[in-house]
Ligand binder design. Structure first.
Ligand SMILES: Nc1ncnc2c1ncn2[C@@H]1O[C@H](COP(=O)(O)OP(=O)(O)OP(=O)(O)O)[C@@H](O)[C@H]1O
Ligand SMILES: [Mg+2]
Length: 287
């Protein structure tokens, strides 16, 4: 089922800056989609059109067939959960518990149902024990999880995350990627995220929209997109580091295969199958 559709969408800011040009996009239920682009490509602008924070200058956006217009905002905002790039733009309550309870209370959830929803959410995002802490005194990574929790508590059908791993340390970024993967897999929530971090995209996204200067320059499966090395580099991005290494080793004649690994896991599988007899048994058995 199609959850979000954008057709011929353009957006011009009031100072005349054209941030988006003729965007066509379609997100289906259950997908994990990256909007990948350099700084200023229009990622945040695009995401703000999905739930009516901004209004398209031309073209149409629909969420489950509902045009993103004032009369549909309430319904659309229960379907689309938006996690901002900066958690300080999202958090305004004095405790983590209140932060998670706020939206739920607004839609009339109370008593036992409220308690269940709060503890379910805290469990999923790994914030048990944080209930009485003040969100503004938490670390950047913890704040991100509280912001995600406050959105997830409302059980949206689609999570829209703007730069979810920006400002996280490597372990925090890796945990968040795993968490988003399991939210998608186990709760069936569709995930769309914006980033310029080419190393994290293959760890989470099945599909990519490549955005540059307000236009979608390519869209397709993650491996298809990264095969377009020239275009990726032209728009000030690069290949994932492991893919770059593979490119160099191939050029130097060290490896034979043309397969382009995008993650360390993919690289191990590709090279182990090339050198299977040489690999220690323990390595070939590892996932
Ligand atoms: N409020 C605004 N008024 C005018 N121009 C804006 C405004 N917000 C963004 N822009 C411009 O619109 C373009 C797209 O910006 P946007 O923030 O959507 O890009 P982005 O892809 O999210 O970038 P980043 O990776 O830096 O977050 C940029 O040229 C930016 O300068
Ligand atoms: Mg942005």
């Amino acid at each position: 089922m199609e959850l979000i559709n954008a057709s011929g969408v353009s957006f011009v800011y009031s100072d005349g800056q054209q941030a988006l040009k003729n965007i066509d996009l379609s997100i289906n239920s259950g997908e994990k989609v990256a909007v990948l682009g350099p700084n200023g490509a229009g990622k945040s602008t695009l995401f703000q059109l999905f739930n009516g924070l901004l209004t398209a200058s031309t073209g149409t956006i629909t969420v489950k067939g509902l045009p993103v217009r004032r009369e549909n905002y309430r319904e659309i905002r229960t379907i689309v959960g938006m996690v901002f790039q900066d958690p300080d733009d999202q958090l305004f309550n004095s405790t983590v518990r209140q932060e998670i309870a706020y939206g739920l209370k607004n839609v009339g959830v109370k008593d036992e149902e409220l308690e269940c929803a709060i503890s379910w959410t805290l469990e999923i995002v790994g914030l048990r024990g944080y209930e009485t802490k003040g969100p503004h005194h938490l670390s950047g990574g913890e704040k991100k999880r509280v912001a995600l929790a406050s959105v997830l508590a409302m059980r949206p059908e689609i999570l829209v995350l703007d730069e979810p791993t920006a400002s996280l340390d490597p372990m925090g970024a890796s945990r968040l990627i795993d968490l988003l993967g399991s939210i998608n897999r186990e709760l069936g929530i569709t995930v769309i995220f914006a980033t310029h971090d080419v190393d994290i995209v293959p760890l989470l996204a099945d599909r990519i929209y490549l955005l540059s200067k307000g236009e979608i320059v390519l869209s397709g499966d993650t491996s298809e997109i990264f095969a377009n090395k020239e275009i990726i580099r032209q728009i000030s991005l690069r290949l994932p580091r492991v893919a770059h290494l593979a490119e160099l080793l191939k050029r130097d004649g060290v490896i034979e295969t043309d397969a382009l690994p995008l993650t360390i896991g993919q690289a191990r599988r590709i090279y182990l199958s090339e050198h299977l007899s040489a690999a220690p048994r323990s390595l070939t058995e590892e996932k």
